[in-house]
Design a protein around this ligand. Structure first.
Ligand code: ADP
Ligand code: MG
Length: 329
């Protein structure tokens, strides 16, 4: 009996020691959604890291337009799917599209295919080809009713502009539920969660589009924030001295040609930040600034092709490493 009690006590001590195990930095690098992802969390074991790794590969599989086994691929092939996740993504992306005058358009996958971005077989389609594709593009050809998404006229969807932001939101929720802090770099979508164990700010580097191995400026942030960058230097090809980037202007169905190299959005939601980063890159500087003035809910950094930096006033005190023009409300 005494031995049993001693054993029980020993087990209890072990269990409580387990609970109180110190939260240390745990890191994992994976490849999903076509990008290298780096997960760093302060946790007492690796279980959450493993759970997030599983989640990210599931999302990759479900939301990929190129993966022949994905739910999105099936929707694009058949024109209809009953799937709550897909329906929700379409609705949320459509709302951002409305807010940005159509600059975010998840229905232009046929145009991306024509430019060869999904396959890597890059080419420059002519005007006539793009004009013909217009009949197969447009959110007016996408309907959501409950959990059912219906596509007409051969429209195909592409979640590339929002998927990593959505993934960041879902990981953040898991971390918050577990009381775990950390920083996730899902390619150009960065998510901070909670507070670092030492209480210091999160420090996020915004890449120099001129030389992406360098940091152009640093943002110091507190708590949970999504920081997402879209630009012409991440995925592009060059032909006859012209750079064609992977972000298409829904009006022309051609790659955006801009005086700006990148725009970075800081917001509470990864989905919103990701959707807006793509949309604001399409809209250009002036229209992006007026959207910021009228709608709020996000802050932004623009880097122009001459290297100059503009930031909305909410970020001004948080920027270091570069001179920046501050945009007032
Ligand atoms: P990244 O995927 O490199 O983080 P973005 O979030 O800006 O960059 O998303 C760009 C991707 O979104 C493209 O690779 C393409 O799949 C898709 N896309 C391109 N143009 C648009 C657009 N105007 N609206 C919505 N999606 C777009
Ligand atoms: Mg985006």
């Amino acid at each position: 009996m005494k031995r049993a009690a001693a054993l029980l006590l020993a087990l209890l001590l072990l269990a409580s020691a387990g609970c109180a195990a110190p939260k240390t930095l745990r890191q994992q690098t994976i490849f999903a959604m076509n990008t290298v992802m780096d997960l760093r969390i302060y946790a007492s074991d690796d279980s959450l890291l493993q759970e997030m790794t599983r989640l990210l590969s599931e999302l990759d599989h479900e939301l990929s337009a190129t993966d022949a086994g994905s739910a999105l691929y099936a929707l694009n092939q058949t024109g209809q799917a009953e799937n709550a996740d897909l329906a929700q993504i379409v609705s949320r992306a459509s709302a951002i599209s409305d807010e940005t005058g159509g600059a975010l358009d998840i229905s232009l996958y046929n145009a991306s295919l024509a430019w060869g971005f999904p396959t890597g077989e890059h080419r420059v389609p002519d005007e006539a080809e793009l004009a013909a594709l217009r009949r197969t593009i447009g959110l007016d050809k996408v309907a959501v009713s409950g959990d059912v998404v219906t596509l007409s006229d051969g429209v195909k969807l592409d979640f590339g502009a929002v998927a990593k932001g959505l993934a960041a939101d879902l990981c953040r929720e898991k971390m918050e539920n577990a009381g775990v802090s950390g920083i996730l770099s899902l390619g150009a979508s960065i998510q901070t969660v909670g507070t670092k164990p030492d209480g210091s700010d999160w420090s996020i580097g915004v890449q120099d589009p001129e030389d992406p191995s360098n940091i152009k400026l640093t943002l110091r942030l507190k708590g949970s924030k999504a920081v997402v960058t879209s630009g012409d230097y991440q995925r592009f090809f060059e032909q006859d001295g012209v750079r064609y980037c992977h972000i298409l202007d829904p009006e022309t169905l051609a790659p955006v040609q801009s005086d700006y190299r990148s725009v970075t959005i800081v917001a509470d939601s990864g989905f919103l930040a990701d959707g807006l980063s793509t949309a604001l890159y399409v809209m250009g500087f002036e229209a992006g600034v007026s959207l910021w003035r009228t709608s709020g809910g996000f802050e932004a950094v623009w880097i122009a092709d001459d290297g100059s930096v503009s930031v909305t006033e909410g970020l001004a005190p948080l920027v270091s490493g570069a001179e920046a023009e501050v945009i007032q409300r």
